[in-house]
Unconditional design. Structure first.
Length: 276
């Protein structure tokens, strides 16, 4: 089975973004083939091939319609606003057992879908791992149909994820769906809980935000359980637990149990006298 990475971009702005992301991918995984599906041609050494869309809509419809056109058996689709921190070859191993893999959307549900329970949340469509099959072709066709239908409604969805959620749920009887942890789709625009090495950062770069290369180094400065909060940075949960217990035993406990504090002080002095 041939693995590869696909970007889909409409317009020069997003083609340039895809090129920047592909450069970080090529640096970490120089032998992985990369295809760009775009509204127009471009020359970039990191793309193995460029597939030109027919009648680009210059909208999210392009992504929904053309993702299944991937030339690879095993595909990782990446949004153009991604940054590759470390190699992720192990992702493709999932497709030996599963049909598709993606991560939960941080907001869970942005748009109610009839017939889909709240316990089945939206999946983020910025990083999608899938293998070609008749079942997946049906999922992607349903996704396109549902999204086109939703765009005709008075209250239009802001993105394609509600339709993707519906397509996955309606086809779940025939699909093996895996959930990617946030280390493979680290959405740093909101608070994110991580552990180990972050492999893929997914954040639209803006001038006021930390440059993605620096963010990639910073977010992986340690591999412990941690939370990244925009504007605040990394919070190491173990250190915060230590601070909590220190505060608890020095401030809160004496406040409510003064006799216990006196007893502990007495025992400490007694033990110290014995040692002397």
């Amino acid at each position: 089975m041939s693995p590869g990475v696909v970007y889909i971009a409409s317009g020069q702005k997003y083609i340039a973004e895809a090129s920047q992301s592909a450069a970080t991918l090529h640096e970490k995984m120089p032998h992985i083939p990369i295809t760009l599906i775009a509204s127009e041609n471009t020359s970039n050494q990191h793309f193995e091939q460029v597939i030109i869309m027919e009648n680009s809509q210059y909208s999210l419809l392009d992504k929904v319609q053309y993702m299944i056109k991937s030339p690879y058996d095993y595909t990782l689709f990446l949004d153009t606003d991604t940054y590759i921190c470390e190699p992720f070859y192990e992702l493709f191993e999932l497709l030996e057992k599963f049909d598709i893999a993606t991560s939960h959307e941080q907001t869970r549900i942005s748009y109610q879908v009839d017939g889909v329970p709240d316990s089945f949340p939206e999946m983020n469509t910025g990083v999608i791992l899938f293998k070609k099959s008749p079942q997946l072709e049906k999922v992607f066709q349903d996704w396109l149909n549902f999204y086109q239908r939703d765009l005709q409604k008075t209250r239009k969805p802001k993105h394609d994820q509600p339709a993707f959620r519906e397509a996955l749920y309606q086809n779940s009887e025939y699909l093996k769906i895996a959930t990617l942890p946030p280390e493979y789709n680290c959405r740093t625009e909101k608070a994110v809980f991580i552990q180990g090495t972050v492999k893929i950062i997914h954040m639209h770069p803006k001038p006021e935000r930390m440059e993605l290369g620096k963010l990639a180094k910073y977010i992986n400065t340690n591999k412990e359980i941690r939370v990244f909060i925009p504007g605040l940075g990394l919070i190491n949960t173990r250190r915060w637990q230590l601070r909590f217990y220190t505060r608890y035993f020095t401030l809160i406990l004496p406040m409510y149990f003064p006799r216990l504090l006196g007893w502990l002080s007495y025992r400490f002095k007694k033990a110290k006298l014995k040692s002397d």
